[in-house]
Design a binder for this molecule. Sequence first.
Ligand code: PLP
Length: 285
Amino acid sequence: MGKVIVNDQMMERSQHRIDMEDRGYQFGDGVYEVIRVYNGDLFGVEEHIDRFFESAGKIKLKILFTKESLKENLNALIKENELQLGIVYMQLTRGVSPRAHVFPDEHTTPVLTAYTKEMPIPKLQMANGVSAIVTPDIRWLRCDIKSLNLLPNILAKEEAKEQGCYEAIFHRDGIVTEGASSNIFIVAKGNMITHPESHFILNGITRQMIFKLCKENKLSLVEKPFNVDDLMNADEVFLSSTVSEVMPIVKIDNKTIGNGQPGPHTKQLQALFQKYIQKQARITY
Ligand SMILES: Cc1ncc(COP(=O)(O)O)c(C=O)c1O
């Protein structure tokens, strides 16, 4: 849609050309973020920009701009493209340099790109719940980094799609880690449980917001490893992500979860999350 950001410039999307030797293109050598836009406002922008800088730091990628200037540029982009409901995608690569695995010399400047996209809230799926598959987590051991390397996630997501499912849930040696593009929560005996923050998962911004909401509302949410059996026999399962918010999962590998309907804990959290969005973005759902 319309304009894009390339480093500190705003330009028509058709004006931007990717160099064949951009390290993001050749190696996936870079990091990214997806931020929701509600009512023309970036949602959780500070948290997303903080994570973007953290991810870059973890791969020793130098950032030549400030968090404040990035935020200003993203806001200008949204305004220019007149985006009301959707997302901003941004990524930073290690720049353009003759192909070699080692880092390029220090004069190589990282390449920042960002664009906007209209994206509705998946209301129907949020009301009815979605299905998922379980698949081995074949990713590397730094899943805490929001890296451009997403091949295992892509393969898992495609497998889910082929089976008519919305998400693929990863397990590592039987322990459920997260979804291909989401964090996973179960409800068992009234307690909400999710995988502890570690290098096995991306600490989702939505996940962090859920923790905050649970604390404020005195709901029990614990970080604890759980296995595939716990998942399949949970009373409720849901996922969280920027794009899908709080999404009930009502069927996994063709087995019905609970009574096949979004459960009370999930619905309560959906309501709290929607209220939080409304408060932040001044919208009515
Ligand atoms: C692997 C993975 N885990 C978790 C998430 C959820 O993160 P967030 O809530 O910040 O969107 C994502 C989002 O894309 C993801 O790709």
